[in-house]
Design a protein around this ligand. Structure first.
Ligand SMILES: C[S@@+](CC[C@H](N)C(=O)[O-])C[C@H]1O[C@@H](n2cnc3c(N)ncnc32)[C@H](O)[C@@H]1O
Length: 470
């Protein structure tokens, strides 16, 4: 229970290792785990069915692979774990034949949590797995022959890798595979994990009947395209976790009230107002290429990111994967570029929230610009001016093929708004509305006026639909 409440993982018992280019990373036992033990929580944003449908349209397959939907109290919910937040639950791979864990829904203070429990004793070094429960995941047929050769420290056999890459490409299909609800039972037999009962449960052993009666989770997409397949050009990156409509209804009111009670007037929304984006520099007529990128792992800026990643973070799974490709190869460059983009995005989100530091744009402007005129692309996470974003998104290489994009400027902005941080003083719903308003003096007044913000928060809490009221 402690780990669920404190949102931590059992780092002393578990570790993430890079397995191979097809399977990606996996979670492994660092020590022995007993049958029935809580292993790890599948953490992420909890979102409603409506929000799930919205994100499904926007997400690239690689992000959608981290969406798990389930039924709870008669409604469909989803845990969106697409954000690389360092949590372990999202790393656990599928094994439909001999899984050593099982997913269960746990009720903690009225909120559902998805947790893995050991189905049998797990030995040190064993990979943690559970049955994703779908019927036709591509790896179940494609990977059978390679599974036995998989090692946790790298690719087993390059010829196997290229074979599976070939299969992966052949079977490529960006359209989301719809999962049906037959496995998504809404179990009333949720484990009562209030503090009083949790200790009992976690020291107990899960019986077979418990397992059978509980719900399984299903990923919405069955195919994780390899990163290097997605990264055709340097406009790459992963989709971020999108922070909107993520709160189950029973929590919405209290969050809205918390927001309205905050004494800090519009701190985060104001913060971006002071942030600038530096212009590129020139020496004579020549442009100086001195842009620095932020490291995803140590958060420091570097001009030579590839060199830095190789020398300082070679054991991070994504870096290890990049380095497994030949020097100067296209794949290696793409994988490193992907890491670089995510580092810049993490840095930009922090700057936007704190109002301190400088934003790193996709391209530096000719003249210093205001941070509030920039937004992240919902697909590649590059930072673009609001004007250019519209054009960029039509050609962004990470745009899901299944969703032909014909958006106007406004629609693009509303899609991308979720990639920025939510100001601490307002609800996600209100922030969504304000952020897509035309950036003019009236909008500035609204977003900086505590009375208006409070009023909207109260309305939001009352009817749960602030968007339609504004
Ligand atoms: C929730 S993620 C699991 C973590 C993922 N391996 C990673 O490195 O981020 C689900 C994705 O992992 C991959 N995966 C899961 N189980 C697999 C398996 N048994 N064989 C091959 N790939 C698997 C699939 O690409 C799937 O879309």
């Amino acid at each position: 229970m402690h780990h669920v409440v404190s949102k931590t993982d059992k780092t002393f018992k578990l570790e993430v290792k890079y397995i191979n280019a097809v399977k990606g990373r996996g979670l492994f036992a660092k020590g022995s785990i007993c049958k029935g033990d809580f292993v790890v929580e599948y953490r992420g944003d909890i979102i409603s069915d409506a929000e799930l449908q919205r994100r499904r349209k926007r997400y690239h397959t690689s992000s959608a692979a981290f969406m798990f939907e389930f039924k709870w109290r008669g409604k469909t919910w989803c845990i969106d774990a697409s954000r690389e937040d360092g949590s372990f639950g999202r790393i656990v791979n599928d094994d439909h034949k001999h899984p050593n864990c099982k997913m269960k829904k746990i009720d903690v203070n009225g909120q559902p949590h998805l947790c893995l429990f050991a189905l049998n004793d797990i030995k040190e070094g064993e990979e943690i797995s559970y049955d994703y429960r779908g019927e036709d995941y591509p790896w179940r047929t494609q990977m059978t022959s390679t599974a036995a050769n998989t090692r946790a420290d790298g690719d087993s056999d390059p010829s196997l890798r290229s074979k599976t890459q070939m299969n992966d490409t052949t079977g490529q299909n960006n359209s989301p595979q719809q999962m049906k609800d037959e496995d998504l039972q809404d179990s009333d037999e949720l484990f009562d994990s209030t503090p009083e009962s949790s200790d009992y449960y976690f020291t107990d052993t899960t019986s077979e009947s418990d397992c059978d009666g509980d719900a399984y989770l299903l990923p919405n997409q069955t195919k994780l395209q390899l990163l290097y397949d997605e990264l055709e050009v340097d406009e790459s990156g992963s989709l971020s976790s999108l922070d909107c409509d993520t709160t189950p209804p029973d929590k919405m009111h209290s969050l809205a009230s918390e927001a309205s009670e905050t004494e800090e007037p519009c701190s985060s929304q104001n913060a971006i107002d002071g942030v600038v984006v530096s212009a590129y520099q020139k020496r004579g007529v020549n442009r100086v290429y001195n842009k620095r990128h932020y490291c995803l792992y140590c958060c420091k800026p570097y001009a030579k990111m590839a060199r830095h990643l190789e020398s300082s973070h070679a054991y991070e799974s994504d870096v290890a994967k990049a380095l497994s490709f030949q020097k100067s190869s296209k794949e290696r460059k793409k994988q490193l570029d992907y890491i670089r983009k995510r580092g810049n995005y993490a840095h930009n989100a922090a700057v936007m929230q704190s109002g301190k530091g400088e934003l790193v744009p996709f391209k530096r402007p000719a003249k210093e610009a205001q941070g509030k005129d920039f937004m992240h692309c919902a697909y590649c996470q590059g930072l673009f001016t609001r004007k250019v974003l519209w054009r960029h998104m039509r050609t962004c290489r990470l745009q899901p093929q299944s969703v032909p994009l014909k958006p106007g400027k406004k629609r693009v902005q509303s899609m991308c708004i979720y990639t920025g941080p939510v100001p601490s003083n307002m609800t996600k719903q209100l922030w969504e509305v304000i952020s897509v308003m035309h950036p003019d003096p009236i909008t500035d007044i609204i977003k900086n006026d505590k009375v208006i913000i409070d009023m909207c928060a109260r309305e939001d809490a009352r009817i749960g639909k602030v968007g339609s009221q504004c």
